[in-house]
Write a protein that binds this ligand. Structure first.
Ligand code: PLP
Ligand code: ZN
Length: 424
């Protein structure tokens, strides 16, 4: 393992490898896992950095904080498809739009990347119970993975989480605590209970390893493109852990020489849950060079989140500073759209690219459209939209924009009449 310590995203204080806590003892900030890239390159060699025969995220094992691959789950996480969505892109004048369909992970969301790595680390640490707070997907992912190795799992969700996600939790045998309150309430409660009981806490952002799992998506995108970097990656953002993971993965690849330039990462949010974007906009108004920003002085002010895109509905982002840094350091955009724009994006993705996205994931396409309308992107850029969760996770919202079937009598005449109206 090539981990050589931890560094605080806010105050830059570093910790040694054997530091046994989740967050910075000095300021409470989130920790970045750091690596000795030189030793990694020397001992592994660039060619052997990837275990090409392994069809999941652990093909990038030298770049991950794991001792051995003995304790991985049998589920295949990652290696999701990257589709060229030509018709979709051309509909707004873009020639190279790609969709990374992470809804095809075992539990149907991107969260499996974090869960798979958290599971290995919890087992290496000898933890007996793994717990997490979740808007739905992080928990359902943990439930699948824990079930695959028979590990007890406790999930705190807001009572209002979509039915499909709660059903996933229950079917896979997690202990589900449906908290009367918001995601933020569930998050705080999970932390307290884990501290008292000594459980492994997979809470997003707070646990430094969730970002390390999520960064594998960047490895896959670049590997898929023959180690060429796209120009942009558009990331749906709530807590900010996916976007900070995407940025981390790209910087890893640059550090070991597998890519030679970095793309921009763009933060896609709902206007009704835009704490991270608002922080980025106000920082940009100061016109500072990224290097001149003193991150320990930056605060991400909480909002009152009220979007139907439940997976990105967050009052106080749990990985806010790391996310803001990702966008500012990469030179990306922060874009926020309405719930109507998010819903409209669902059938567009489906009908023009054949991909079914849950509302949070559809926000990437809604935000990319807005970026084009505001001339933030040029037609030749190669742009990857992360589709982070499958549309079957939330059919109630998809139904609002899907249209209605035509109900008919069981006769050919009735079918003919109905088809004539629809012009076929
Ligand atoms: C968790 C999640 C997000 C947002 O990730 P953050 O790390 O909270 O920013 C986006 N889309 C889906 C489907 C998710 O489950
Ligand atoms: Zn700190």
């Amino acid at each position: 393992m090539f981990v050589n310590g931890y560094r605080c995203f806010s105050c830059d204080t570093t910790q040694p490898t054997d530091f046994g806590h989740y967050t910075c003892p000095k300021c409470g900030g989130n920790l970045d896992v750091t690596y000795d890239y030189h030793q990694m390159e020397r001992e592994t060699g660039r060619e052997r950095m990837i275990h090409a025969g392994r069809p999941d995220i652990f093909r990038y094992a030298p770049l991950l904080p794991v001792e051995s691959l003995r304790l991985t789950s049998p589920l295949r996480v990652g290696m999701t498809p990257l589709y060229a969505a030509e018709r979709l892109g051309l509909s707004i004048g873009l020639r190279h739009v790609l969709l990374k369909d992470d809804g095809l992970n075992p539990s149907a969301s991107f969260k499996d990347r974090a869960g798979a790595l958290a599971l290995v680390i919890a087992r290496e640490a000898g933890s007996e119970v793994i717990a997490a707070a979740s808007t739905g997907n992080a928990g359902s992912s943990m439930a699948y993975l824990a079930a695959s190795v028979g590990m007890p799992c406790v999930i705190f969700v807001p009572e209002t989480a979509p039915a499909a996600k709660i059903t996933q939790l229950l079917v896979f045998g997690a202990r589900v605590l449906a908290v009367r309150g918001s995601y933020d309430d569930a998050y705080g409660l999970c932390r307290k209970v884990c501290e008292q009981r000594g459980w492994f806490n997979r809470n997003t952002g707070y646990n430094p390893f969730t970002r390390e799992g999520k960064k594998t998506c960047s490895y896959e995108i670049c590997e898929h493109l023959g180690w060429h970097t796209p120009d942009r990656i558009v990331v749906p953002t709530g807590d900010g852990n996916i976007i900070s993971g995407i940025w981390k993965g790209l910087r890893d690849l640059l550090a070991v020489g597998l890519i030679n330039r970095l793309p921009k990462v763009d933060c896609a949010q709902s206007i009704a849950s835009s704490a991270i974007s608002q922080t980025i906009w106000s920082l940009r108004r100061l016109n500072l060079q990224p290097k001149a920003i003193k991150w320990s002085d930056v605060k991400v002010n909480p909002v009152r989140a009220a979007t139907l895109a439940d997976s990105i509905s967050v009052d106080e982002p749990s990985d806010g500073i790391a996310a803001v840094r990702a966008v500012i350091e990469s030179g990306g955009e922060a874009v926020a759209v309405t719930d109507e724009e998010i819903l409209a994006a669902i059938p567009e993705l489906a009908r023009m690219a054949g991909v079914f996205a849950e509302p949070a994931a559809a926000a990437t396409w809604a935000c990319l459209k807005k970026m084009v309308a505001e001339q933030m992107v040029s037609p030749d850029e190669r742009i990857v939209c992360l589709i982070t969760g499958n549309g079957l996770k939330d059919i109630a919202n998809a139904r609002k924009v899907a249209g209605e079937p035509t109900v008919i009598d069981p006769t050919v005449e009735a079918a003919d009449a109905a088809l004539e109206i629809s012009g076929l």
